[in-house]
Design a protein. Sequence first.
Length: 98
Amino acid sequence: MALITVTCPCCQAELHIDPATSAVIRHKEHVKPPTMADMEAAVSRFKGEANRREDAFNKSVNEHKNRADVLNKKFDEMLRLAKENPNEPPPKRDFDFD
């Protein structure tokens, strides 16, 4: 009996199926020729990732430089609120909720 040849819709492989046993007897993988577009896309993606890493690093450095100023402003605001409302209890901390 002759084998039935079917092309896989997912990977484009060529499957040779025996109709009596419904088993794949042999297969031939689809060969995709390498294209320059794939290589160019990989290079541009690689360059883009380097720029993204550089931007993330610069953002982190700027946040680190401004961290002391932000913490001082937060402290000053909390101190001002505490002086305006001396009878109000302090804010709850995470472990106060247990």
